[in-house]
Design a protein around this ligand. Structure first.
Ligand SMILES: NC(=O)N[C@@H](CC(=O)O)C(=O)O
Ligand SMILES: [Zn+2]
Ligand SMILES: [Zn+2]
Length: 410
């Protein structure tokens, strides 16, 4: 007898099967096409699919001195609402997470405060000794300034010193200084430099929010197995034309023209990770030119809508937001396998809904897709075998825990 049995359609080896998932003590104990008996049974019903718990490897949760933008609480509630069971916390906070003391404060904030599971990041900028003594789940470097204004004085040295996967914001500081509008060249040049370093150091590098045809081409043609990259929904679904109509859409790297956007889609099958780069700001800060777009509560639905439009297939979502993040960041306790934690994102592919950001959990009460009708919705989120969100309602407590990336706990 299992604690919980989830009944319905789920993905197995990229195919939809009808069956049962047996869960005990928060972990997957059995995946079966036959009947299973549980203390409790969750029937997901017609049109719904049980996806593995989706992971967003690029999220800004602010907090510390920027609680008016977002907090660990509101940001992880937004995650759970959007069907994200694990978030990667970006360290460009105020104060930034770039010493072991601040890292400990960050860990404390998440412990007992997070509704989703989480990975903790550490910001690199000439602080090699601190980086080595802090067992973060991943490390972050900026090659050019973004929110927070900080960037590596010596990217190569920061990257080579980090004791783990380095996620990099690749926009070249020199190009930005000459061209504040950040043309594609800013990204392509930085990516070339990062790839050269990756070739030399042969250690894991993840290029954040790639937005250009040139950038993708460079990464794919280099073919380095230890280099991965992310693409955001906003770069996949929006262009500079949208920004010209709505100045809130200011973001780094900027929204590109239609040709660049199309190029992302042409390489879609080779994109390893989709991540939101959820970057909430207050309306005042946006008015004063802050860059960043909130995305946690729309990203999965946008992808489901794309499934309905025939642009992608359901297994693409699981691959780019579950399987690949787990592999790339070495997450040991996640996966749709016996023995792993029972995290699930239940979606209704047929459900139509309208984006109403005023009903979202994020403190950034706006969305580029406000008023847009989407077909496909996250209807339930399960974390460690417990339903934590159902029909837009967060049920349960902040029980998220830190991922196991083999680092031990801070
Ligand atoms: N993407 C953005 O425009 N802003 C991000 C920082 C970042 O990811 O570069 C933020 O923290 O606001
Ligand atoms: Zn960035
Ligand atoms: Zn970011």
């Amino acid at each position: 007898m299992y604690d919980l049995v989830l009944k319905g359609k789920f993905l197995k080896n990229g195919k939809l099967v009808e069956g049962n998932i047996g869960v005990s003590d928060g972990r997957i104990v059995r995946l079966s096409t036959g009947e299973l008996k549980g203390e409790e049974t969750l029937r997901t019903g017609l049109g719904k699919v049980i996806l593995p718990g989706l992971i967003d490897v690029h999220v800004h949760l602010r907090d510390f001195r920027q609680r008016s933008k977002e907090t660990v609480r509101t940001g992880t509630m937004a995650a759970i609402h959007g069907g994200i069971t694990t978030v990667f916390d970006m360290p460009n906070t105020d104060p930034p997470v770039m010493d072991s003391g601040t890292f400990k404060m960050r860990a404390k904030l998440f412990r007992g405060g997070a509704y989703s599971d989480y990975a903790l990041g550490f910001l690199l900028n000439g602080n090699c000794t601190e980086a080595r003594r802090t067992r973060a789940d991943f490390y972050k470097a900026f090659m050019g300034a973004s929110t927070g204004g900080m960037f590596s004085e010596d990217f190569e040295s920061d990257y080579s010193c980090a004791p783990g996967v380095v996620s990099v914001h690749a926009e070249d500081a020199g190009v930005i200084a000459r061209n504040p509008e950040r043309p594609p060249e800013a990204e392509v040049r930085a990516i070339k430099r990062a790839l050269k370093a990756a070739e030399m150091f042969k250690k894991p590098l993840n290029v954040c929010h790639v937005s250009t045809a040139g950038g993708i081409e460079e990464i794919l043609s280099a073919g380095l197995p230890w280099v991965s990259f992310e693409v955001t929904p906003h770069h996949l679904f929006l262009t500079r034309k949208d920004y010209e109509k709505n100045p809130l859409l200011k973001v780094y790297p900027p929204l590109r023209d239609e040709e660049q956007r199309r190029a992302l889609w042409e390489s879609f099958s080779r994109i390893p990770i989709i991540a939101s780069d959820h970057a909430p700001h207050t309306p005042e800060d946006k008015e004063n030119g802050a860059a960043g777009i909130p995305g946690l509560e729309t990203e999965v639905a946008l992808l489901l809508d794309a499934v309905n439009r025939g642009l992608i297939e359901l297994p693409d979502i699981a691959e780019k937001m579950h399987v690949n993040p787990i592999r790339i960041f070495g997450i040991r306790n996640k996966g749709l396998e016996v023995g792993k934690e029972a995290d699930f994102t239940v979606v209704d592919l047929k459900r139509e809904w309208k984006v109403r950001p005023e009903e979202f959990y994020t403190r950034a009460k706006w969305s580029p897709w406000e008023g847009k009708k989407l077909k496909g919705k996250v209807v339930m989120t399960v974390l460690h075998g417990r339903v934590v969100m159902e029909e837009d309602e967060i049920v349960g407590k902040p029980e998220g825990v830190r991922i196991d990336a083999g680092k031990g706990n801070a």
